[in-house]
Design a protein around this ligand. Sequence first.
Ligand SMILES: C[S@@+](CC[C@H](N)C(=O)[O-])C[C@H]1O[C@@H](n2cnc3c(N)ncnc32)[C@H](O)[C@@H]1O
Ligand code: SF4
Length: 418
Amino acid sequence: MTDAVVARPGVASPSKPRFAALPPLSLYLHIPWCIRKCPYCDFNSHEAKGDVPESAYVDALVADLEFALPSIWGRRITSIFIGGGTPSLFSAAAIDRLLAAIRARVPLSPEAEITLEANPGTFEREKFTGFHAAGVNRLSLGVQSFNPEHLRALGRVHDENEARRAAEAALAIFGNVNFDLMYALPRQTLAEAQADVAAALAFAPPHLSFYQLTLEPNTLFHRHPPPLPDDDAAADIEDAVHGMLADAGYHHYETSAHARLGSECRHNLNYWRFGDYLGIGAGAHSKLSFPDRIVREIRFRQPKQYLERAAGGDPLAESVEITRDDIGFEFMLNALRLADGVPASLFAERTGHPLALVARALEQATARGLIERDPASIRATALGRRFLNDLQTLFLVDRAREMRSAPLLRLDPVRDGH
Ligand SMILES: C[S@@+](CC[C@H](N)C(=O)[O-])C[C@H]1O[C@@H](n2cnc3c(N)ncnc32)[C@H](O)[C@@H]1O
Ligand code: SF4
């Protein structure tokens, strides 16, 4: 078994992609329940009322994977990410059964990174040890803040002591750990944000994700906005904290991600380098390449409906082909987030189209100082990173052309994202 599945030569058509080899393939598993819904969160996560049906859900995930097998036949999985929701709500036995079922059905790289998302409010040492024994080798801990008032304002189920205990245990058990932190929190001062980062750095985690709190539609915070720092104050926090992380030896390798060299998240890097991913579970998204097309899929979003449909071998709510008009934008949406950018040759490797497809937009972006003048790579300048949305928008084809590229197959409307 090789990672590079050689594509069948097809009938040449400039509108169809052609791959010398298909991209690396990751697996995402979505677990859609949480103890309580946080007021800022727009992920596909639902308050668990009573016990979560973990056994039926693992069965559904396995049925979903079996449904998907023909789409990934012969390909090796290079990383797994179990996200949510709160996957750490599940027992270690359920995660063990899930990972064993995956290993029995698809080839998994021996060095595959296997991440699980955990909320400190679900922390038990034996559980973390059990996840590790099941094969999870990276833990992503949703700390958010070490400040008790901010944790309360965010409606988190954990306090700062639970955050500290979970952080200590995660590092002792997994070593390879990410902390999620948010900033520009309700009434947060610069000094408080710096104190949060100093508290995180005291644990020396290999990876830190640092997100600005955003008011997402369909959340309680959107309907009743809390008093947030204004844009200037948020920018000051960001600059100060990025400085602290750089001084502490972290590489700011993606818009929100900071890591010690060698501890970058391999699963997310595959997304940003426009690799393939199969997403299974409620509302999960996939991007899969075939010798003559690239397809996006979305699973049914509501847990109850997903459970029924996946068990019946019919988990897909939507499947659309990415058109030649959209592919340049989609590639840039990901690749331009990376501080080091990507080799220019990656465009053809991952989209199946020549770089000439985006030559005009690249020239415009370079002329405006948004992309580095280096023919060997595609990399945003400091200015381009600052105005990333504007830069990415240059790669959008005009609306009229977009409208002509109708989806191939629409099975059911998807109401909201993730
Ligand atoms: C799916 S959650 C992580 C795991 C777990 N559910 C938790 O919250 O602890 C992914 C991360 O996205 C970030 N996040 C969620 N909603 C956000 C928002 N509105 N603005 C900024 N970051 C957000 C949080 O840092 C969160 O840890
Ligand atoms: S932020 Fe995490 S714990 Fe809170 S509702 Fe969203 S997914 Fe659940």
